[in-house]
Design a binder for this molecule. Structure first.
Ligand code: GLY
Ligand code: MN
Length: 486
């Protein structure tokens, strides 16, 4: 409790309380706001009673192996606990506003081989929970709660597979309401979460800069991956928010290319989509880097400029109340006009071409998504239609009014791209939209591969804050040229 939260509180000699003075010890005061999140989820549930029950991620080995799989906490569990440790459980008693964390029992074997697990005292100090109990107490506590309170409210679980291990006969269980309530709560970020995403972006920015500084002496995609990863790890960010994508030349046209093992020789651009994770929060950053001290071709320069325009025009319009779907349509309109200027699209108006799906051959994914505990984070409703991602026109003509508005506190990406994927183009020849595409001209761009530029934006009441610090455009060129000469 913070003393300042309860000015009228009288503390007697026998009371026990944790007093937290802002600015005294950072670890005490800067706890992950788990309790606030639990209350927020209860509000979204609209429930006055009931028990949230969540299992954290268990420690597991790889199949047929004695080696542990790298641990990744379940994100719903983290949202309600801030605990990035294996084998924990959590309950939140809504009526009594009581958040309880269950930690693994002490194991000497685990302590000797892996180091000791948390003690209850450490967990109490570290996490914003009301009670810390050992796993041994979980079943008994659940049974007591059910006996006493289950008549007034259900046990809420995320999935039917996560039911608690107690007698279920007569148990009032709800496995449908919690997930959407948590998705709705997670869609808008609080100040603490924004700080984590900002830090993840700061580290990603350093790593992208490091790649730019060294790009002139890098000869294979794998060195880009290594340099990016090494920079993040040395900054304390052990995990990436997603697999690094370092695709050069035609590989840049494969949206989730992760082999990252081809030589850069003869390639024009490399698309580096890579973002560090910080305390389980993601960043998601894409930069497309020219190889050489000048634009490798007019084709590459033109496509970069087009994607830059798509991104700048969309970012400029981000603010609370804007329909993201309209930004997505704007990006398509800019892409179509640009591709018409380059002679790649023709024989139709912007609207006709858009309706035909021809622009989706070149811009086959969405404009962006939420970022948070997941790189593609959850929310009450998706901000845009999802992408098929296979170069096919997507089923994207959802009614305009059914897509949600941006809200203050959302963190979203704006990530337009234009690609020349050989297989997607070959397939497009067989579709009715082929009449809008000048294939001879489009194929000249295949060596460019593709360009994507992606930033993470915090939506505010009056606009946005760009959380991404990785250099792009002129700032990118300045670094490439300066380091090439040094
Ligand atoms: N940056 C990876 C993605 O958005 O899919
Ligand atoms: Mn993204």
């Amino acid at each position: 409790m913070r003393v300042s939260d309860q000015p009228d509180l009288v503390i007697s000699r026998d009371d026990t309380c944790d007093i937290c003075l802002t600015g005294v010890t950072e670890s005490e005061c800067d706890k992950y706001p788990a309790k606030q999140h639990a209350r927020r989820v209860a509000t979204k549930l609209g429930a006055g009673g009931g028990l949230l029950y969540l299992a954290g991620k268990a420690s597991v080995n790889w199949g047929d192996s004695d080696q542990p799989r790298p641990f990744r906490q379940r994100r719903y569990f983290y949202y309600l606990s801030g605990v990035d440790e294996a084998d924990c459980y959590l309950t939140y008693d809504i009526r009594n506003d009581r958040l309880t964390l269950y930690i693994p029992n002490f194991s000497l074997h685990h302590a000797v081989w892996m180091g000791p697990t948390l003690t209850a005292d450490e967990a109490r100090q570290r996490y914003d929970v009301d009670r810390v109990r050992y796993y041994d107490a979980l079943q008994g506590d659940l049974v007591s709660w059910v006996d006493r309170y289950n008549k007034d409210g259900p046990v809420y679980i995320l999935h039917s597979a996560q039911a608690p291990d107690i007698p279920t006969e007569g148990l009032w269980l709800d496995d449908e309401s919690l997930l959407p309530a948590m998705d709705a709560a997670r869609g808008v970020k609080d100040e603490y979460e924004i700080r984590m995403i900002r830090e993840a972006n700061r580290i990603s920015g350093l790593a992208h800069r490091k790649v730019l500084e060294n790009i002139h002496r890098i000869s294979n995609e794998r060195e880009i991956e290594g340099l990016f990863l090494g920079t993040c790890v040395s900054q304390g960010a052990k995990n990436q928010a997603y697999e690094i994508i370092a695709g050069s030349g035609p590989n840049a046209a494969v949206l989730h290319y992760v082999k990252n093992n081809e030589p850069l020789s003869g390639r024009q651009l490399v698309c580096l989509d890579a973002g560090a994770e910080w305390n389980c929060y993601a960043s998601d950053v894409t930069r497309t880097i020219p190889l050489g001290r000048d634009w490798p071709s007019k084709y590459a320069k033109d496509i970069y400029a087009l994607v830059e325009e798509m991104q700048e025009e969309c970012i400029r319009r981000v603010r609370q109340g804007v329909r993201f779907r309209e930004l997505y349509e704007l990006a398509h309109a800019i892409a179509i006009k640009g591709l018409q200027r380059l002679g790649i699209l023709n024989d139709g108006s912007v609207e006709e071409i858009r309706q035909s799906g021809a622009s989706s051959i070149f811009f086959p994914h969405g404009l962006g998504h939420h970022v948070g505990l997941e790189v593609h984070d959850v929310s009450e409703r998706p901000i845009t239609a999802s992408s098929s991602g296979n170069g096919q026109p997507q089923s994207e003509f959802v009614p305009e009014m059914s897509t949600p508005l941006l809200q203050e506190g959302m963190v979203i990406t704006i990530e337009p791209g234009v690609y020349f994927n050989k297989l997607a183009l070959e397939n497009a020849r067989t579709l009715s939209l082929a009449k809008y595409i000048n294939f001879e001209q489009a194929e000249r761009y295949i060596p460019v591969g593709g360009v994507r530029i992606e930033d993470d934006l915090l939506v505010t009441r009056t606009g946005y804050e760009n959380l991404t610090t990785a250099p792009k455009g002129e700032a990118m060129w300045e670094i490439i040229r300066r380091f090439e000469m040094s």
